[in-house]
Design a protein. Structure first.
Length: 115
């Protein structure tokens, strides 16, 4: 176990000799990726906090970060644009809602168009 004081900032001192400090990383467990036909993805447009630029936001993905990154790479490649994947969401630069819904449906996902 790491004994780095930065991991314990804001923790009150405990006099219990059996106390073990548990971080969020210790609690994180690997989520199993659902099959494509069980995923319910929502494809929407987002303009907030982006300097007026539009991004297509794919949300609702349940699974491992590696599988999310692989799906994002496929979508970016098929649309020919950049983007990113983190926190269960995929960001694709530009307004590609209809194209991404078509791609996801052909791949077997349950995808619907948001706003």
């Amino acid at each position: 176990m790491s004994n780095d004081w930065k991991d314990r900032l804001g923790v009150v001192y405990s006099t219990d000799p059996n106390f073990k400090y548990i971080t969020a990383d210790d609690l994180k467990e690997d989520v199993e990726t659902l099959a494509p036909e069980r995923q319910k993805l929502i494809v929407a447009i987002d303009r907030r906090n982006r300097g007026g630029k539009q991004v297509t936001l794919v949300s609702g993905f349940v699974g491992r970060e590696e599988d999310l990154a692989a799906l994002a790479k496929t979508l970016k490649m098929r649309c020919g644009v950049g983007g990113s994947a983190k926190d269960g969401e995929i960001l694709i630069q530009g307004d590609f809602r209809d194209r991404i819904v078509d791609i996801l449906v052909k791949m077997g996902y349950k995808a619907k168009r948001g706003n």
